[in-house]
Design a protein around this ligand. Structure first.
Ligand code: ADP
Ligand code: MG
Length: 151
């Protein structure tokens, strides 16, 4: 089954700082909550960096307080209007392990914005997601971002 992804916007950044700043513009596109998005791209593409920018834009966390949940799998940041759940499923292997994370419960929170790195590994996550942000290396420090929303 294929789902149509409507491309909402594409961006290019030329530095880490550029991606952090762009978080503000991207954050607007992910609202209103509740929503879930897959962040797709190679290691070092800039997925975690983008989440830092988004968290700051939403007033959920200071950029420097957002770290990669590679080992913890899940970090939660509470903003005024949005509860940001940042997941990294790189180390998860089975749907069974995924179940123990409680993604279903998170998705039921009315103020949840769920951003899932490596979510594309799991069909159940892709199916549930409202869209994806694809990040591609574009040479050196350049990155392309494609924000795609279902529908
Ligand atoms: P991921 O979570 O996709 O593995 P990270 O955000 O953790 O990636 O790391 C991105 C790396 O790439 C960082 O070391 C960052 O400094 C570097 N980088 C270089 N250019 C950019 C850019 N334009 N946007 C984001 N990160 C960049
Ligand atoms: Mg990461």
């Amino acid at each position: 089954m294929s789902v149509e992804l409507r491309e909402k916007k594409r961006f290019k950044t030329r530095s880490e700082a550029g991606t952090l700043a762009m978080g503000e513009r991207v954050a607007e596109m992910l609202l209103p909550v509740p929503k879930m998005f897959v962040l797709r791209g190679d290691l070092g593409a800039g997925k975690t960096t983008l989440v830092k920018g988004i968290a700051a834009a939403l007033g959920a966390a200071e950029m420097e307080d957002v770290t990669s949940p590679t080992f913890t799998l899940l970090h939660e940041y509470k903003g005024k209007k949005v509860r940001l759940f940042h997941l990294d499923l790189y180390r998860l292997e089975t749907e069974r392990e995924l179940m123990t994370l409680g993604l279903e419960e998170m998705a039921e929170e009315p103020d949840a914005l769920i951003l899932v790195e490596w979510g594309e590994k799991f069909p159940s996550v892709v199916e549930r997601a409202d869209g994806e942000i694809l990040i591609e290396h574009a040479g050196g420090d350049e990155r392309m971002f494609y924000v795609r929303v279902k529908g």
